[in-house]
Design a protein around this ligand. Structure first.
Ligand SMILES: O=C(O)CCC(=O)C(=O)O
Ligand SMILES: [Fe+2]
Length: 321
């Protein structure tokens, strides 16, 4: 039942500045939660309340623009990987009905002369709101930093060198997504299975989510029950994605989650959230680690690189043709 769903609230400062015992406890707690539920909430992640408020206000500014203005920023040829994706385009992998959302995606800023810059499309700038471009860049870089620190803690849990992921995620293909779950004006005309975000697993290594303090996010427990996640104030939710699940041969779980529609009386309200999908470089080998394979845990997945895997998944969710 819900009382034993392990989604601990962990303090990142314990890992960064704590005693050796606090550091070790952080690694164990996050590893065990990722093994059981795939989800934790994190405090002291390096983004203060002012920055998060500024982010929300700029994200709201953008989505409040008229549809024609937003459509100027839609890059279907980039499979939505940069700029705006309009209503009705993305659906969960096993669903036929699109999610009730529109979103914006910001990608990597390569600023150290690394030739990997040529692999990535340029970020799209919102002309109407310069503050939008500034705050999304700052949040991208701060969540990337927190994500790398969390990966260090996971490496320790997995018995790998602490810097195992460093070269694989440096200038990686991560995405910051600002999502607007728009008001549902007339619930009676919606397809019966239309939801804000259909049940899915994230594609990437880990996701860091701002905004789960608003109701709606639910995870599927190992007992097959939907469990509502509620983060405190400015805490972020961090979960395992399919790439980390593959790498660890299911030791760390990429748990199914969804965003449900609000009760009828609240359907006219918008919901906003901002996930950061931490991806490695496309060259990362996702073949399962030898240390996660044994007689009790035979190898489950075929070998694949992060780039090949992402391509396959973008086709399944309808963003890439
Ligand atoms: O909006 C949320 O709370 C979660 C969004 C999500 O799961 C996703 O975009 O992958
Ligand atoms: Fe997700």
């Amino acid at each position: 039942m819900s009382s034993n769903v392990n989604i601990p609230r962990l303090d990142l400062n314990d890992y960064l500045n704590g005693t050796p015992a606090q550091k070790e406890k952080f690694s164990n707690d996050i590893g065990n939660a990722f093994n059981e539920t795939g989800f934790v909430t994190i405090t002291n992640h390096g983004l203060d309340a002012d920055l998060i408020n500024k982010l929300y206000s700029e994200v709201q500014n953008f989505f409040t623009l008229p549809e024609e203005a937003k459509l100027k920023y839609e890059k279907v040829e980039l499979a939505g990987q940069r700029g705006y994706t309009s209503k009705g385009r993305e659906k969960a992998k096993d669903s036929k009905t699109p999610d009730l959302k529109e979103f914006w995606q910001t990608g990597q800023y390569v600023e150290d002369g690394d030739s990997i810059k040529d692999e990535y499309p340029d970020n799209v700038k919102v002309e109407e709101y310069p503050g939008f471009n500034e705050v999304t860049k700052e949040v991208y870089q701060k969540l990337e930093k927190a994500g790398k620190q969390i990966l260090n803690a996971i490496s320790v849990y997995l018995g790998l060198p602490e810097n195992y992921f460093e070269d694989k995620v440096n200038n990686g293909n991560s995405i910051l997504r600002g999502i607007h779950y728009f008001p549902i004006e007339n619930p009676d005309v919606l397809p019966a299975d239309a939801v804000r975000a259909g049940a899915h697993e994230d594609i990437n290594l880990i996701t860091l989510l701002i905004g789960a303090s608003a109701d709606g996010l639910e995870v599927l427990t190992q007992q097959g029950e939907w469990f509502a996640i509620k983060a405190h104030g400015e805490d972020i939710v961090v979960n395992v994605g399919d790439m980390l699940q593959r790498l660890t041969n299911n030791k760390l779980r990429s748990t199914t989650h969804r965003v449900v529609n609000p009760p009828r009386e609240l359907m006219k309200n918008s919901r906003y959230s901002v996930p950061f999908f931490l991806h490695p470089k496309s060259s990362m080998d996702l073949s399962s680690l030898d240390s996660c394979i044994d007689d009790k845990h035979p190898k489950v997945y075929a070998d694949i690189t992060a780039g090949e895997y992402l391509d396959e998944r973008l086709r399944e969710i309808g963003l890439k043709k």
